[in-house]
Design a protein around this ligand. Structure first.
Ligand code: DAH
Length: 355
């Protein structure tokens, strides 16, 4: 019994001091830990006679509770103190000037993709997507570009395996194939996205962007192609009149094929689209080759249509006066701040996305 009293007096005394949380934890271990003084007394109970046992256990329990309560009270006291002093020192100073918020900008390429999608959606095109890592079949063979076709070299392809089966898509045209394979005609889609070729200079980057267009139905002809491109170019450059010419060309996946140039001139050092007698190539197009339609199980005797591929970065450079294509992808914050768009910076021809 005297042991209990000794411990009680000793520790109640100790707890009168100014203690820190660490000291209190230390005391807890000394008393109630595995080899703590109170714990050891509990172990002793079994050795006592029946009579003593009851008295001893009840006295021990009372002291145990008293000490525990005291310790917990002390801990709470310290914690409250800490919170109060924190509240004291962290008062909100309403007179402080506000912090500067730096808002992000929309990259010109994203902006142009949104504008293009918006314009084509107005004339009934929906947006499709395909993977950047493409297989050889969708990128070439299904597009009437067989194994030894010279167009394969022209594309400076990044192959991803020894057997040249996997590659980074060299154009967005494989999305035509994917779209037609998974659905039934008619098709009227555009497919914007990243494309890759091993090429780099002021106007070429190994990663660049294209938008593919495809319109297949029962009686689609080159007149529709011309009307569609005419509408698109006028809307995109926000002008009423453009000069546009179709130049005969060759693509394995179209017949006939053409490249489209638009007229421009340089006025006061700035490029003006739609006037003058200089020509600028902006896209490739044509009537989808019957072989391509056969490859995707579309009957070329029933269905026909046009396709086109436009360089997105090129359009952005022209519209927003950006000279070096590589700057698009250098992620220079100052450049982005200058050429980027605020989220609410909507060009006059932008009528919202209907995706
Ligand atoms: N895929 C072509 C390229 O990357 C562009 C192109 C031309 C796409 C004609 C077409 C097309 O759909 O009909 O150079």
């Amino acid at each position: 019994m005297s042991d209990i009293k000794k411990i009680k007096d000793e520790y109640l005394n100790k707890l009168k001091n100014d203690l820190k949380i660490e000291n209190l934890n230390q005391i807890k271990t000394e008393l109630f830990g595995k080899n703590g003084q109170i714990s050891n007394l509990f172990k002793k109970i079994g050795t006592l006679s029946q009579d003593e046992r009851k008295k001893f256990a009840s006295a021990l329990n009372i002291v145990k509770e008293e000490l525990q309560e005291k310790i917990n009270f002390k801990i709470k006291e310290i914690e409250d103190k800490e919170i109060n002093s924190k509240l004291e020192s962290e008062k909100v100073d309403v007179t402080l000037p506000e912090r500067e918020i730096s808002q992000g900008k929309i990259h010109p390429v994203s902006q142009v993709i949104d504008e293009i999608s918006s314009i084509f959606s107005e004339i009934g095109f929906s947006v499709e997507e395909g993977p950047d890592v493409e297989n050889e079949h969708y990128n070439f063979t299904a597009l009437n570009t067989p194994d030894n076709h010279p167009a394969r070299d022209m594309h400076d392809t990044f192959y991803l395996d020894q057997n040249k089966k996997l590659l980074l898509r060299t154009h967005t045209s494989p999305v035509q194939v994917r779209t037609m394979l998974k659905g039934k005609p008619p098709f009227k889609i555009i497919a914007p996205g990243r494309t890759y070729r091993s090429d780099s200079d002021q106007t070429h980057s190994p990663m660049f962007h294209q938008v593919e267009g495809l319109h297949i139905d029962k009686d689609i002809n080159m007149g529709h192609l011309k009307g569609c491109l005419n509408f698109f170019i006028k809307s995109f450059f926000e002008i009423d009149k453009i000069k546009m010419r179709f130049r005969p060309s060759h693509f394995p996946f179209t017949e006939p094929s053409a490249e489209v140039d638009i007229g421009y001139e340089i006025k006061n050092g700035k490029i003006v689209i739609g006037e003058g007698n200089k020509w600028l190539e902006i896209l490739g197009c044509g009537m989808v080759h019957p072989n391509v339609l056969k490859n995707v199980n579309v009957n070329p005797n029933k269905y026909q249509g046009y396709a086109f591929g436009i360089g997105i970065d090129r359009l952005g450079m022209l519209k927003y006066g950006i000279n070096d294509l590589r700057a698009f992808f250098e992620t220079d914050y100052r450049w982005l701040n200058h050429f980027g768009f605020d989220p609410l910076d909507v060009p006059s021809n932008y009528r919202g996305l209907s995706r």
